[in-house]
Unconditional design. Sequence first.
Length: 328
Amino acid sequence: MTRVLSCIQPTGDVHLGNYLGALRNWVIGQHECDAFHGIVDLHSLTITTEPGVVGDNTLRLAAMLFAVGLDPEIATVFVQSHVPEHPQLGWIMECTVSYGELSRMTQFKDKSAKREAEFISAGLFTYPALQAADILLYDTDEVPVGEDQRQHIEITRDIAERFNGRFGQTFVMPKPVIPRAGARVMDLQDPTSKMSKSANSEAGLVYLLDEPAAVLKKFKRAVTDSDSEVRYDRAEKPGVSNLLEILAATTGGTPETLATQYTQYGPLKSDTGEAVVEMLKPIQARYHELIADRGELARLLSTGAHKARAVASVTYQRACDAIGLIRS
Ligand code: ATP
Ligand code: LTN
């Protein structure tokens, strides 16, 4: 079965865009491939300075991944820092990539430019080496990523090829895949930009943990346009089309046919809000149950850590043996 790895950083709360665009597909995908999902807390340390924050975010994200339906018996859901082979292989990867290659990474250039006067950790620079370790440790066949991560998958392939060339065939060559198209959810206040946790205002962002009243209010205030025709047309009517797409993604219809059922914006907004509230109800109930039961959450993550380590430790030992490091 194809081994697929997705990793997500524990920064910020999960929103409707993340769910309809990505997480919901992961839940379906766990039955179709050998799915590994890493919560990459060590990657978040590149920009973290306060105690406790990463750990809290990790628990919240883990609870959310289980709440949306990832099954710890089927998929492997693990926390990166629970698998020490990640930083161990990460060091070997740092010694297999060049300073020049890392200097060309656009994510590093962008992120370090944005931090101008702030502390720029060495980890921010070597980040792709740790990401290469994440991927190669699991003999990953496919990595579903957006355009922004392509360069990191390319450098992972270069590192794997160089390592295999130097020390003999050790790593499986991963390939980037464009994730199965999920809905692209736009900001409710600015429907030409995607819903994103780095948006300026929260009014256009629906979090999976928002209370029903807050969800309904955000939909009621969603930006539409000045005429009043309900029609699915992304270019001309981005606000209305976004509502129709969200309604379609939550109820199962198509945006085009749903459009024919409405003549006014008001009912479209309230129906979409209510459909989202209904969809979120069971997710929120499971989330609150889990986040209140730290013992159960720890048990689920420990199952994931064991499954992940069983694979990662074998690959790591294979790499050490290939180099010729002396066994302890
Ligand atoms: P940022 O605001 O920092 O870019 P984000 O909220 O866009 O963050 P990511 O952590 O970059 O979220 O993405 C997690 C997953 O959710 C990715 O697979 C991404 O493609 C998907 N995703 C994020 N936003 C949307 C959206 N508005 N519509 C559909 N999918 C989305
Ligand atoms: N760099 C990625 C997160 C990430 C990742 C990975 C993705 C870390 N390790 C391994 C795929 C495979 C990001 O910033 N989204």
